[in-house]
Unconditional design. Structure first.
Length: 577
């Protein structure tokens, strides 16, 4: 039976690899994979040290306190091993595919063999993770230790999942388990603190240097080897020893011990007398529904606030652009509530915290709140157009319907971006006005007084609105010119492909935005110096320095809108998919 499981696992890995290689025939996946591989190469492989080794996140061979790193990793593993029993999932279900449920659960095999199959199927991901972590920096484990460590931890998680279900049958629910784990954490924290209180870690760190680093870490590490700590860290230290072995002998011993532990975990899981078949079916269906909901969110098909009402009533003779604003505003309220809360809640929380800072004066609190509001307005300027996708990015599956409207492509594109632009513009005006008003009542240095003036607020508003419009046009241009790339893939894009596509989209977005902002910036510099030389101190100075570059940007937006409208009229979505 083990041989059959191994054949299925290897054949599945082979078929998956071949399908992903064949998928590279599509330029979308090929370019994304190339960009992701280049990013991984320049970020990790190319960044070598003088000795030709990767710096990585952790390189145990270059850390003088390897024993200390081993003990710290043991503590982390202890927290993870105990924390697995506090997870809320207590049905005992394990995730299986629909085909696995149909064939395995009806087959004449034991539960132990099903658990063994589940463990072997997850080993492919373990191998990939071990390889990546070895390349990134965990070189001392030589990949083998990471492989055995993750394998044993996977077996432990299977045992913990069934163990939580068994505890539920014994009337020990999730709340009781969370309370017990919390008490254990508090007790361990108290004991470790008592053991290390005489170590003078702070003083040792202040005296640390290149010459005495090893002695300092050894002195600190000595407090981790009391009899009680050695006892509670015995199993976690076995996991950590596979990651930070001192030599090949210790690596072999740690790996052999982990094999024994993994076998023991699986045997305990099979003896827990839990009927996990039915719960696994429910759990697998639940996970499948969760992934489907994520896909629907990407396609704009998930409504989170169904009772949201329109902000205004649409008139019988309203213009088409107003109708699009009305439609997309409703979709923003019903579908983008999470994004709106992600924008509003951080600022509100920061304002609440600042208002309670009694240790600083009211003027300083006003200054902090004012500058934070202006900074948040700048962040919203960059992230807002990406977060509010209620435009052509949302209506991409309905392009055929949009093309049947008796409207020009230019009108449709303008109407689609009007709703997010209106919301973003309103938010920017509110944040800029509030920020400047708060700074007006605060005591700030003379060099920062410009942010509290009416001229700054007017200039900022005049700039941010067309810049938001330019970003929205860029986002919708990607949909109009490359609808296949903008369509969320039905297949899972992971690894190099997913990273590469995000990198390509971000790079193209920044390049196009820079090109659009270059002419206004080139006009702004001479206009600013001319107005400052001849009109400084007059209201005409701010108007001239602002209106000329803003006018250039508006002309660019108008021309881009014309191009997008013409492209929209000529597009055939059926040929792009």
């Amino acid at each position: 039976m083990i041989a059959a499981f191994l054949i299925v696992t290897l054949q599945t890995l082979k078929n998956r690899t071949i399908s992903r290689i064949r998928r590279l025939k599509n330029p979308r996946y090929l370019l994304s994979a190339m960009a992701g591989a280049a990013y991984f190469y320049f970020m990790f492989l190319r960044r070598t040290t003088r000795h030709g080794k990767l710096p990585g996140i952790i390189i145990a061979s270059s850390i003088p306190g390897t024993e200390l790193a081993l003990d710290v990793t043991s503590l982390i593993m202890l927290v993870l091993l105990i924390g697995a029993w506090a997870l809320p999932e207590q049905s005992g279900g394990l995730e299986f595919s629909e085909a696995e449920i149909q064939f395995l659960f009806a087959a004449p095999i034991t539960r132990t063999q099903i658990l063994l199959y589940k463990f072997m199927r997850g080993f492919t991901g373990i191998v990939i993770t071990a390889i990546i972590m070895s390349v990134v920096g965990f070189r001392q484990a030589k990949g083998i230790g990471l492989l055995f460590m993750f394998g044993a931890f996977s077996a432990y998680n299977i045992m913990a999942a069934l163990g939580r279900a068994r505890l539920k049958q014994l009337h020990i629910g999730a709340l009781a388990r969370i309370a017990i784990v919390a008490i254990i954490y508090v007790g361990l924290s108290w004991f470790v603190t008592m053991q290390l209180k005489d170590a003078d870690i702070g003083g040792a760190l202040t005296r640390v240097g290149a010459k005495n680093l090893g002695s300092v870490t050894a002195a600190v590490d000595s407090h981790f080897h009391s009899p009680f700590i050695n006892t509670i860290l015995f199993v976690p230290r076995t996991f950590a020893s596979a990651v930070f072995p001192s030599d090949l002998v210790h690596l072999f011993v740690a790996c052999a011990t982990l094999v024994v532990l993994a076998t023991l975990f699986l045997l305990i899981a099979s003896r827990l007398n839990i009927s996990f078949e039915e719960s696994s079916i429910r759990y697998s269906n639940k996970r499948a529904q969760s992934r489907e909901m994520q896909q629907q969110q990407l396609r704009g098909m998930t409504v989170t606030w169904r009772r949201a009402k329109p902000l205004f009533r649409l008139g019988d003779n309203a213009r088409p652009e107003v109708a699009f604003i009305w439609k997309n505003t409703i979709s923003v309220l019903r579908m983008s509530v999470r994004n709106i809360l992600a924008i509003v809640l951080p600022l509100g929380l920061f304002g609440l915290v600042v208002s309670q800072l009694k240790l600083i004066s009211v003027s300083d609190r006003l200054a902090m709140a004012g500058f934070a509001t202006l900074i948040f307005s700048g962040i919203l300027l960059l992230l807002g157009p990406m977060m509010l996708k209620n435009d052509l990015r949302l209506d991409l599956p309905r392009f055929e319907v949009l093309k049947t409207y008796p409207l020009s492509g230019e009108t449709i594109v303008a109407g689609e971006i009007a709703a997010p632009l209106t919301l973003l513009s309103a938010a920017q005006i509110v944040f800029i006005v509030i920020g400047s008003t708060l700074l007006r009542f605060a005591t700030i240095s003379s060099s920062l007084q410009i942010f509290a003036t009416l001229e700054f607020a007017i200039i900022a508003i005049m700039f941010v609105i067309p810049i938001c419009a330019a970003q929205l046009l860029i986002q919708n241009a990607a949909v109009v010119y490359y609808p296949a790339w903008a369509t969320p893939s039905k297949e899972d894009m992971k690894g190099f492909v997913a990273t590469g596509q995000r990198m390509l989209v971000l790079i193209c977005y920044l390049v196009v935005l820079s090109v659009m902002l270059l002419p206004p910036a080139a006009i702004f510099v001479p206009t600013f110096f001319f107005a400052g030389h001849y009109l400084k101190g007059t209201p005409v100075f701010a108007a001239l320095a602002t209106l000329v570059p803003v006018s250039v940007l508006i002309v660019e937006i108008y021309l881009a809108l014309k191009l997008l409208g013409a492209q929209f009229e000529s597009i055939d979505v059926s040929e792009e998919r």
